[in-house]
Design a protein around this ligand. Structure first.
Ligand SMILES: Nc1ncnc2c1ncn2[C@@H]1O[C@H](COP(=O)(O)OP(=O)(O)O)[C@@H](O)[C@H]1O
Ligand SMILES: [Mg+2]
Length: 339
């Protein structure tokens, strides 16, 4: 469990003050995969460095597993830090050490017995699928493999939290997917809380339960990924989730509005996305529907379908048809023409 209260971080640079974090409140549950997304400079890395206390917060509170992180002595802090695993964008591996030694490193620092380390490293190598690479050096591995080593190292000391700061930002889309699957696997198998810091919405959509959107040092919006995805409240959230912000081509739109009818955008969530509400609506209310745009996306384990349809028929019937969709949990918005 992570509890952040009114966290402020101000950097002093000579005469200048940089207000990187301006009062952050966040609550992250145990076992969650929690996403923090923001543009470059939003304060994401500052937040990470305050969380693991590599940086001293200017003010505010941080509690991890009920430990008041800011009040800990140096010794207690060293212990507490072991419970936070870090995964970095550029892997930060020891280039002159083998894969085996890279993963053993945090346990050696922790003075674990040799036999224990040997057993644990092999277990971790197996978990991340790199048993056959144990004697190689980082330069001999691909980016995805290097990040697997980074993840194995991060969980070596059985942390309760793993923080990934742009862990997939240097990887191609396919490798990103496999790394995210590995993180999800680890979350499920070991119950480790995972905090994903990224500037890429696809990463959030792929594995996170909840997301916080960081903008200029503040949380602009926070909630279930599906809620923020479907009903973004802020401009910044809309800009990240623009894939459902269906923009109709002017020509298509004008053509669609030729004659009678109403153009709506319907968002179908979960089971709603595969149920035949459109065909039922057509027969039930004696309307016609033509599909102008449509897509289905996966959000973690939830399916979200978006359809832009033109409904024609008697005005009353159209209104009843729309009401019918809404009663069946379809989110309906009228699409208005914007030139
Ligand atoms: N050590 C530092 N000293 C001074 N300013 C910093 C320092 N680290 C970050 N900043 C500033 O704080 C703001 C947030 O940066 P950062 O946390 O790195 O954002 P992000 O990770 O979202 O890109 C930026 O304006 C950045 O220039
Ligand atoms: Mg950063």
């Amino acid at each position: 469990m992570v509890l952040i209260e009114n966290l402020v971080k101000t950097y002093n640079q000579g005469q200048n003050e940089v207000n990187a974090l301006k009062g952050i409140d966040l609550h992250i549950d145990k076992g969650e995969i929690f996403g923090i997304i923001g543009l470059s400079g939003a304060g994401k890395s500052s937040l990470v460095r305050c969380l693991n206390l590599l940086e001293t917060p200017t003010s505010g509170n941080i509690k991890i597993d009920d430990k008041d992180m800011i009040k800990l002595s140096k010794k207690e802090l060293r212990e507490a830090r072991k419970k936070i695993g870090m995964v970095f964008q550029h892997f930060n591996l020891l280039s002159n050490s083998t894969i085996y030694e890279n993963i053993a490193f945090p346990m050696r620092i922790d003075n674990k017995p040799k036999d224990y380390i040997d057993k644990r490293v092999k277990e971790l190598l197996e978990l991340v699928g790199l048993l056959d690479k144990k004697d190689m050096y980082p330069s001999m591995l691909s980016g995805g493999q290097k990040q697997r080593v980074g993840i194995a190292r991060a969980i070596a000391n059985n942390p309760s939290i793993v923080i990934c700061d742009e862990a997939t930002s240097a990887l191609d889309p396919e490798t990103t997917k496999s790394i995210l699957s590995l993180l999800k696997d680890i979350n499920k198998k070991l119950g480790i809380t995972i905090i994903i810091i990224t500037h890429e919405m696809d990463v959030i959509k792929h594995i996170c339960n909840r997301v916080a959107i960081l903008e200029e040092g503040k949380i602009a919006e926070c909630g279930l990924v599906s809620d923020v995805f479907v009903k973004p409240k802020t401009k910044i959230a809309r800009s990240f989730f623009d894939s459902v912000d269906v923009k109709l081509d002017n020509d298509v739109y004008k053509k669609a509005l030729d004659g009678k009818g109403v153009v709506i955008k319907g968002i179908f969530i979960g089971e709603t996305s595969t149920a035949p509400y459109i065909s039922k609506m057509i027969t039930k209310y004696n309307v016609e529907a033509s599909i102008l745009l449509g897509n289905i996306q996966h959000l973690d384990d939830t399916l979200i379908g978006t359809l832009v349809i033109k409904i024609t028929g008697e005005d009353d019937n159209i209104q009843s048809a729309i009401k019918y969709l809404q009663e069946n949990n379809v989110l309906v918005e009228e699409v208005n023409y914007e030139s």
